[in-house]
Design a protein around this ligand. Structure first.
Ligand SMILES: [Zn+2]
Length: 327
């Protein structure tokens, strides 16, 4: 009994010694352990080279995140949101002006089509603000309605453009009861919105421009673009501003007149002024332009194409107001 007990202890001791020896042997194989450290050293060098290259190619601005057209409906992670919040926004509002002459309105419709096609070529998104008169023209033609619905599906925005009775070219719509039945009167603000809403696939208009009178602002329109008085390139780069318009709290983004013939060259956002402004857009600011279908001629389209190319060269994509304010 005693002898076998001792034998047992010896066997256990031998086994422990063998285990220790094996452990020491495996610790004695350093050749493979050093390899990861060599790759770790090279990784930071690669990263440094990359960041050096990016600053060298784009020294003027921080790197941008360009949201795709469908980001609005996709869930956004907290990290992505932080990046987006730190990125300046770029927008182009198109004033589709009220027009009483049907022939001119048809010409403006043609201009609008050329404009949107040009924007699509450069993948720029437009905020298209329709007056009720153009909305009426479009609504009378199924092919035209299909075209505008396609523009919206392509990522452009359907908004409203309203000239209230104080405007030299009143569009005929107002909630001022004293003007019902007056010369040029066409209907209430709600009636105007019914016409414009028909141009949106889901019949929802969230964006507008034109009037600064809170009583004339359409109730459900929560986003807008606006410039100064007189309109000037000095309002090209601004942060978002919030104002109460009637019963609605509205967030406004800036707009500066580009190629609007009624605006003097001294006040216009020219190519050179836009190029200069690109260096001055802070992460919480927006660079906004306005163009109008009424005065956009061939030269205006050529000038606009230069701006689109300038944006492409600087990795800038314009976005709709709704997308910019929902990032
Ligand atoms: Zn206007």
């Amino acid at each position: 009994m005693k002898q076998s007990y001792l034998n047992g202890i010896i066997v256990v001791l031998i086994l422990i010694a063998a285990g220790l020896g094996w452990t020491l042997l495996s610790l004695n194989k350093p050749a493979q352990i050093t390899e990861p450290s060599t790759t770790e050293v090279t990784d930071p060098i690669v990263a440094d080279t990359e960041s050096d290259t990016s600053t060298a190619t784009d020294k003027r601005k921080p790197p941008r995140f360009i949201p795709g057209t469908t980001t609005q409906t996709e869930p956004v992670s907290a990290d992505t949101e932080t990046i987006l919040d730190l990125t300046p926004g770029y927008l182009i509002t198109v004033h589709i002006e009220p027009e009483q002459n049907p022939t001119v309105e048809r010409q403006n419709w043609g201009t609008l089509n050329t404009l949107v096609n040009l924007a699509n070529e450069y993948d720029m998104k437009l905020s298209l603000h329709f007056s009720a008169s153009m909305a009426s023209l479009v609504s009378q033609n199924m092919e035209f309605i299909d075209t505008v619905w396609k523009w919206e599906r392509d990522g452009h925005e359907i908004g409203v453009h309203h000239h209230d009775p104080s405007h030299a070219a009143w569009d005929g719509y107002t909630d001022d009861a004293s003007l019902i039945g007056s010369r040029g009167y066409l209907g209430t603000i709600n009636e105007m919105m019914d016409l414009v809403s028909a141009l949106s696939v889901d019949k929802t208009i969230l964006t507008g421009s034109g009037t600064s009178n809170p009583d004339e602002w359409p109730e459900w329109v929560i986003y807008g673009s606006r410039g100064g008085s007189p309109p000037s390139y000095k309002q090209m780069v601004m942060p978002a501003e919030t104002d109460v318009m009637g019963n609605t709290t509205v967030t406004f983004l800036p707009k500066a007149p580009f190629n609007v013939s009624m605006i003097s060259a001294a006040n216009s956002a020219t190519y050179d002024r836009i190029e200069d402004a690109l260096n001055d857009v802070d992460p919480d600011e927006y660079l906004g332009l306005t163009i109008t279908d009424k005065t956009l001629d061939d030269q205006g389209l050529a000038d606009l194409e230069r701006v689109f190319q300038l944006y492409v060269d600087n990795n800038i994509q314009t976005q709709t107001i709704e997308v910019l304010l929902n990032r």
